[in-house]
Design a binder for this molecule. Structure first.
Ligand code: C2E
Ligand code: CA
Ligand code: CA
Length: 642
C-alpha cells in the first residue's frame, strides 16, 4: 500500500461519470428527507412549544413560510446545489423561531445538528458555508433588534437570554431523540447508495470484459474470430519454430451457401452455420483450432502434424461430416465445402501469406468442381504475379494522378449539421474505372508503397482543408485514414507537421483515424508518436472500434479524441426492436464516461439515427446522409446547409 495514501486524507475517489445520474437521484431523495425534517420542526414550533408558551401563531406562520418555500423550490431545483443551499438557509432560520419561543439552548444544539445533517447527507461544502453565513447574519440582525428593543408578534426580540428549567430539559431530550433517528436514517440511505454506485462500477467493468470477449469471438457460432485467430497464430508459429514443428492451415468455404441464404432465408443459413461449427469442433483434437473469419469461411489449424497423411485423414473426416444431413427448422439441408491447405513453414513462414495461399488453394478446389480439397502449389502462385503487376500499376497511377480523395460527410447527431468529413481514397483507373480501397490498400501495404500513398493522402487532405478555409468554411474537420504501417515511421509526424505548415491550415480541422492494432503492436512507441501528433493540435480517432481488442486500457493510455463505432454495431439496430443492444450501449457509455466523442459509422436508416440520438451518440456518417463524394460535390453539400 502506498504510504502517500495516508498523507492525503482528502483525496477521495471521484464519482465515475456514469454514476453521476444516480447521484442526482440520491440528492433529490436527500432533499425530500430535509423537507420532512423541516415539517417536523414546523410541528414542534407550532404545537409542541405552544403547549408551554403562547407563541402558537408566530411558530405556525414563520415555520409554514419556511417549509413551503422548500416544497415549492423542490418542484424546480430539486437535486441541485441551489436546492441544497436553500435547505441550509431554511434550516438555520428555524432556529430563530425557537429563540423567540424561549428555546435558546436548543438553538445551539440545532445549529450543530443541522450542520451534521447537511454534511452527512449532502457531503457538500456549499450548503455548510451558506448555513454558517445565515447563522452569522441572523445573529447580527437579531442582536441589533434586541439592542433597540424592537418587538415581534408582540414579543420582545431576544437572542442571548437562554432560559433554564424543566421545560428546556424536556425539549432538549426530545431533540436528541429526533436527531438520532434522522441521522440513523441518513446513514442507511448513504450505505445503500454507495453499494449501488459500487455495483454500477462493477457492472461497467464487467461489460467491458464482455465486450472484449465478444470482440474476439464470432457472435453467431461462438468460435474464435479473425482477430483471435491472428493472435493464436502468433503463439502457434512461435511454438512451431521452437520445436521445429509443422502445422497445416485449412481454408474452408461452404459451397453454394449464398443459395441457401437466398432461397431459405438468413435464419436457416445462420442455423446451418451453427450446426457446422459444432460438428467441426467435435472432430478436431484439443490443440487444433477452428475459427470463423467471414460469412461462410472457416479456418482450421492442425497443429503438430507428422505427415501429409495425417492432414489427409483430417480433411477426409471434414468432407465426410458434410455428407450427413442437417435438419434446420424442419428442412433437410445438404451442404458441402471446398478446402484449401497450406503448410507452415514449407509453403511460407509468413502467416498472412500462408492464409493467402490456403485461400488460393481453396479457390482452385472450387474451380475443380467443389466439395473437395487442394494443397497449395507453387503454380497457384501465378496469381501472385498479378499483385506484382498491381504494385507497378499503383506506382504508375500515383505518378499520373489517378488517386482521388472522396469525402463522406460527418454529421452532428443532435443538430444534424455537417461538421466534417472522412476522406476515402478512390482510384480512378484510366481503363478499369473506379477501384475501391479494399482491393488495393492491402496490396500497397505489402510493399513500401503505402507510405507514398499515405503521404499523398495527407497532402491532398491538407490542400482541401485550405481550399475550404479560403471559401470561409472554417469549422469543417477532415479525417484521413492512416495505415498501421505508417504509424511505425516517425516520418508520419513530420509529414503531418509539414502539411499543416505548408498549407497554413488550422490543426483543429485535421484528424487522423487509426485502428487498435497500432496500439497493440508497440505500445510505448505508438503512445509517444500519438502524443506528439496530438500536440500538433490534430485529433485522433480510433477507427472500427469494437471489432478489435476493444481494450479499456488502451483508451485510458492513448490520446484518443473520438471512437468510430463500427458499422456492424449500427447494423444491429433494427426497426421497432427493443432488443437491448448491450455492446453498442456499452461503447457509447464508455465514450461518455471517458469523455471521448463517439462517431457511428454506416448509418443507413432513419430509425438507426433515432436510436443513436436517444443514446447521446455525438456524430454519425452513412449513406443516410451521403456516400463518399468528390470534393466539389461535398462543397456543394456544405453550401446547401448554410
Ligand atoms: P473505413 O475507414 O471503415 O471506411 C468506411 C467504409 O464504409 C468506406 O468504404 C465507406 O465508403 C463505407 N461506408 C460509409 N458509410 C456507409 C454506409 O452507410 N453503408 C455502407 N454499406 N458502407 C458505408 P471504402 O471507401 O470502400 O473504404 C474501405 C476501407 O479502406 C476504409 O474503411 C479504410 O480502412 C480504407 N481506406 C480508405 N481510404 C483510405 C486511405 O486514404 N488510406 C488508408 N490507409 N486506408 C484507406
Ligand atoms: Ca475510417
Ligand atoms: Ca471504420
Amino acid at each position: 500500500m502506498n504510504i502517500f495514501h495516508f498523507l492525503k486524507p482528502f483525496s477521495y475517489d471521484e464519482v465515475p461519470a456514469y454514476s453521476k445520474e444516480s447521484f442526482k437521484t440520491y440528492f433529490m431523495h436527500a432533499d425530500k428527507v430535509m423537507i420532512y425534517l423541516s415539517a417536523i420542526q414546523w410541528f414542534i414550533a407550532t404545537f409542541l412549544s405552544s403547549i408551554m408558551y403562547d407563541t402558537y401563531l408566530y411558530g405556525f406562520i414563520s415555520g409554514g413560510v419556511l417549509t413551503f418555500s422548500l416544497v415549492l423550490a423542490y418542484r424546480f431545483i430539486a437535486g441541485t446545489g441551489a436546492m441544497r443551499s436553500l435547505v441550509a438557509i431554511v434550516m438555520m432560520l428555524f432556529s430563530l423561531i425557537f429563540i423567540q419561543q424561549h428555546l435558546g439552548r436548543i438553538e445551539m444544539h440545532f445549529h450543530v445538528f443541522i450542520a451534521m445533517a447537511i454534511l452527512s447527507l449532502y457531503k457538500d461544502t456549499l450548503p455548510i458555508l451558506v448555513a454558517a453565513l445565515t447563522t452569522i447574519v441572523h445573529h447580527l440582525i437579531f442582536n441589533y433588534l434586541q439592542f433597540y428593543e424592537i418587538s415581534l408578534f408582540d414579543m420582545p426580540v431576544m437572542i442571548f437570554n437562554y432560559g433554564c428549567g424543566l421545560d428546556i430539559v424536556a425539549f432538549h431530550a426530545l431533540f436528541v431523540i429526533a436527531e438520532m433517528i434522522v441521522l440513523a436514517y441518513m446513514v442507511t440511505l448513504q450505505l445503500a447508495h454507495s453499494i449501488e454506485s459500487h455495483k454500477q462500477a462493477k457492472e461497467v467493468v464487467g461489460l467491458s470484459k464482455k465486450l472484449h470477449y465478444s470482440s474476439m469471438h464470432d457472435s453467431l457460432t461462438g468460435l474464435p474470430n479473425r482477430q483471435n485467430l491472428y493472435e493464436n497464430l502468433q503463439l502457434i508459429t512461435a511454438n512451431a519454430n521452437r520445436h521445429k514443428d509443422k502445422f497445416a492451415l485449412l481454408f474452408l468455404d461452404l459451397d453454394k451457401f449464398k443459395h441457401i441464404n437466398d432461397t431459405l432465408g438468413h435464419d436457416v443459413g445462420d442455423e446451418l452455420l451453427k450446426v457446422i461449427a459444432i460438428r467441426l469442433k467435435s472432430i478436431l483434437r484439443e490443440n487444433d483450432i477452428v475459427a470463423r473469419i467471414g460469412g461462410d469461411e472457416f479456418i482450421i489449424i492442425l497443429s503438430d502434424i507428422k505427415s501429409e497423411q495425417s492432414i489427409l485423414e483430417c480433411i477426409s473426416k471434414i468432407l465426410e461430416l458434410f455428407k450427413k444431413e442437417i435438419v434446420v427448422k424442419g428442412k433437410i439441408l445438404k451442404s458441402s465445402t471446398s478446402i484449401g491447405c497450406a503448410i507452415y513453414p514449407d509453403d511460407s513462414k509468413d502467416v498472412n501469406t500462408l492464409m493467402k495461399y490456403a485461400d488460393m488453394a481453396m479457390y482452385s478446389a472450387k474451380d475443380s468442381g467443389k466439395n473437395g480439397f487442394k494443397f497449395f502449389t507453387k503454380s497457384l502462385d501465378d496469381t501472385l504475379h498479378n499483385e506484382v503487376n498491381m504494385i507497378k500499376d499503383i506506382q504508375r497511377a500515383l505518378n499520373e494522378g489517378e488517386f482521388k480523395l472522396y469525402y463522406q460527410a460527418k454529421v452532428d447527431v443532435a443538430s444534424q449539421k455537417i461538421v466534417g468529413a472522412e476522406a476515402l481514397i478512390r482510384w480512378e483507373h484510366k481503363t478499369k474505372g473506379v477501384i475501391y480501397p479494399n482491393s488495393f490498400i492491402p496490396i500497397a501495404e505489402s510493399s513500401s508503397l503505402i507510405l507514398e500513398l499515405g503521404r499523398f493522402v495527407i497532402n491532398e487532405a491538407a490542400r482541401f482543408i485550405k481550399k475550404m478555409e479560403l471559401l470561409g468554411l472554417n469549422d469543417i474537420n477532415i479525417s484521413i485514414n492512416i495505415s498501421t504501417i505508417q504509424t511505425k515511421d516517425i516520418e508520419l509526424y513530420h509529414d503531418l507537421q509539414n502539411a499543416l505548415q505548408k498549407n497554413e491550415i488550422q490543426a483543429k480541422n485535421f484528424s487522423i483515424e487509426i485502428t487498435e492494432s497500432v496500439m497493440a503492436e508497440d505500445t510505448l512507441l505508438a503512445a509517444e508518436l500519438l502524443h506528439k501528433i496530438q500536440k500538433l493540435g490534430i485529433n485522433i480517432y480510433l477507427d472500427d472500434f469494437g471489432t478489435g481488442y476493444s481494450s479499456l486500457q488502451y483508451l485510458q493510455k492513448f490520446p484518443i479524441d473520438a471512437l468510430k463505432i463500427d458499422k456492424s454495431f449500427v447494423d444491429e439496430i433494427k426497426v421497432d426492436s427493443d432488443k437491448n443492444l448491450i455492446l453498442l450501449n456499452t461503447i457509447l457509455l464508455m465514450g461518455q464516461s471517458l469523455e471521448i466523442k463517439t462517431i457511428a459509422e454506416g448509418v443507413e436508416e432513419e430509425y438507426q439515427l433515432e436510436y443513436l440520438k436517444k443514446k447521446n451518440c455525438d456524430f454519425f456518417q452513412g449513406y443516410l446522409v451521403s456516400k463518399a463524394i468528390r470534393e466539389d460535390e461535398f462543397i456543394e453539400l456544405l453550401k446547401l446547409q448554410s
